[in-house]
Design a protein around this ligand. Structure first.
Ligand SMILES: [Zn+2]
Ligand SMILES: [Zn+2]
Length: 91
């Protein structure tokens, strides 16, 4: 059976033997082949973005909420805009 060595991102390597089981899904970022560890939780029409991200591309927000790099940027921009707005209204 073919066994795969999967770098986990922190120096550890997992050995995965795909004995007819589903191959572990890969990160969706272009050029990245690391195994996914999370799905993007960014809300989109009909659900969530669900982009698969590896440990290196995962942008952890709060407990059980992770974003892909793209949506982490959008989220940060919105937060900044929101803080500017509230900052303008607050005394
Ligand atoms: Zn990745
Ligand atoms: Zn996303």
């Amino acid at each position: 059976m073919p066994c795969e060595r999967l770098p986990m991102g922190d120096g550890a390597v997992a050995i995965v033997c795909t004995r007819g089981r589903r191959v572990r899904q890969r990160c969706d970022e272009p050029g990245c082949h690391r195994p996914m560890v999370a799905l993007c939780d960014w809300p989109v029409a009909g659900g969530t973005c669900s982009r698969r991200v590896c440990v290196g591309h995962q942008r952890h927000q709060v407990r059980n909420v992770d974003y892909c790099p793209t949506h982490a940027r959008v989220g940060a921009m919105q937060l900044e805009l929101a803080s500017r707005w509230t900052g303008g209204i607050a005394p």
